[in-house]
Design a protein around this ligand. Structure first.
Ligand code: BES
Ligand code: ZN
Ligand code: ZN
Length: 489
């Protein structure tokens, strides 16, 4: 796919579709050269509201289709940049449906943010997971994207290079999440991580299997994996640029299929559980992108990867497991496996002497119940750190809702027979008890944040730039968070 920038008159530009995002009341402010191409009748059913669009087929000139898409107005509580993302994405999908593959985006304003988002969103919106279909759906691929602004910005080239890297990392994350569990096994996930980092400067990877995990005593990861025929893996992808002043570790849950184990999930709950490695997918792809962008911060992705299966060898409710940290876990429910494998990974993370740790996991159905697919839950032990992550999400449009973690909640994971219990109180603060458990494995004075992305990691229906299925939610957030650290590092 090709991306280019154009700042000359529209007449000279042959496009199969031109997407024009327009705010409510914006028609009169359109430049004359565009106004002259749009018949007044187009505005009979189009006022620029969010979700509105109209397609025009001019019978003269080199533009084959013009698609007006609503940008909404300030009445909406959705920020302007997010409205722009959605309208550009919407326009792209309509264009592809109309068989256009050379698509232009008319920038409502020529600045760096508008250029960046208007270039990125069409690519994210055009994504499909069709690897395993011998006959592809009859649709057009996005082949050429032309950004049209009134002036060429000095940074145009670097912004478009940045877009290509981010788009690629989101695409890979979605591919990993969407892959079925017989294809994306823990070993294949490790292999995918190797492939994505190969050739990138200052990147190293280690993938440990059973012998290493046993030798190093990753007791909790091994316990979850013992019911599966697939070998577990601990994937550590490190980007260490010279002279980095700060180290951040991302830990991502890599359960390639979560049956629930002996506490087997019911039919409705088990469906889609190949996506239970979304946290792992986003931390691996984010670190790869950060390395490609050459950001001057040391970043490490640690992904414990395993299946959670029932079998004669599987963990049983009531079992007690000794973790890498030496703490014991009462396994009250084998379906609370994510927090167990993360416990060992968080303990291991401290070996890198990080300044901060962020873990990302599809940890609880409770997060989905509380926030739907719209926002992820965020819990952390340091308010400045938490606020900085929320701010990064505001920049990228990946929203987070902070929940509390206090001693009253820490009570929920107390066990009578072990150091900690892997479930809280029945149907009670499920997201928070997950975090209360994880916190036990993080050094007290280390800024740590836990993101439960069980909601936004997968969409049950498509929404603007996110297709149905794996969204890659969080990739842009993690990259933006690291980007925001540069000035302080
Ligand atoms: N992978 C699930 C959480 C999940 C549920 C993600 C739905 C996405 C959609 C996790 O391992 C799990 O099963 N959690 C349990 C925890 C409970 C047993 C304490 C849950 O949420 O029910
Ligand atoms: Zn589970
Ligand atoms: Zn799970």
């Amino acid at each position: 796919m090709k991306i280019s920038f154009h700042s000359q008159a529209l007449d000279k530009l042959a496009l199969e579709a031109l997407i024009v995002p327009l705010a409510v009341g914006g028609a009169s402010k359109m430049p004359a050269e565009l106004q002259s191409k749009i018949p007044q009748t187009a505005f009979a059913s189009f006022q620029g509201k969010i979700g509105q669009h109209v397609a025009i087929f001019p019978n003269q000139g080199v533009l084959e289709r013009i698609i007006l898409v609503g940008l909404g107005d300030t009445q909406s509580d959705i920020a302007l940049t997010e409205r722009l993302r959605r309208s550009v994405a919407f326009g792209t999908r309509e264009s592809l449906k109309l068989s256009a593959s050379k698509i232009g985006i008319y920038l409502p304003e020529t600045n760096e943010t508008v250029l960046y988002e208007s270039a990125l969103m069409p690519i994210l919106a055009a994504y499909r997971y069709e690897k395993h279909r011998s006959k592809k759906e009859d649709h057009k691929e996005l082949e050429h994207l032309v950004l049209i602004g009134d002036k060429k910005l000095a940074k145009t080239r670097s912004i478009l290079e940045w877009v290509a890297i981010i788009a690629d990392s989101v695409r890979i994350a979605r591919d990993l999440v969407n892959a079925p569990s017989n294809i994306m096994t823990p070993k294949r996930l490790a292999q995918a991580a190797r492939t994505m980092m190969s050739g990138i400067k200052h990147c190293t990877i280690a993938t440990w299997g059973l012998p290493e995990l046993m030798r190093k005593k990753f007791g909790a990861l091994l316990a979850v994996a013992q019911g599966s025929d697939e070998e577990p893996q601990l994937i550590t992808l490190q980007y260490q640029p010279p002279a980095a002043k700060k180290t951040v570790v991302f830990v991502g849950k890599g359960v390639t299929f979560d049956t629930g184990g002996i506490n087997l999930k019911p039919e409705r709950g088990i469906e889609g559980m190949q996506m239970d490695m979304a946290g792992g997918a986003i931390v691996l792809t984010a670190v790869t992108a950060i390395a490609k962008l050459k950001l001057p911060i040391r970043v490490i992705a640690i992904v414990p990867a395993t299946e959670n299966m029932p079998s004669g060898a599987a963990l049983k409710p009531g079992d007690i497991v000794t973790t890498l940290a030496g703490l014991t876990i009462e396994v009250a429910n084998t379906d609370a496996e994510g927090r167990m494998i993360l416990a060992d990974a968080l303990t291991y993370a401290a070996d890198f002497k990080p300044d901060q740790i962020i873990d990302c996991a599809t940890l609880t159905g409770a997060a989905l119940v509380a926030l739907g697919e719209e926002q992820a839950a965020l819990i952390g032990n340091n308010s400045t750190f938490v606020d900085q992550i929320i701010k990064a999400g505001t920049v990228t449009g990946e929203e987070l809702c902070r929940l509390p973690l206090t001693d009253d909640y820490r009570e929920h994971v107390k066990s009578e027979i072990a150091d900690v219990k892997n479930v809280g109180r029945k149907s009670n603060a499920g997201v928070i008890s997950g975090a209360a458990f994880l916190e036990k494995f993080v050094p007290k004075d280390l800024p740590w944040a836990h993101i439960d992305l069980a909601g936004p990691a997968i969409r049950s229906y498509p929404r603007s730039y996110e297709p149905k299925g794996g969204t890659g939610w969080g990739v842009r957030l993690l990259i933006e968070y690291i980007h925001s650290c540069i000035s302080e590092a």
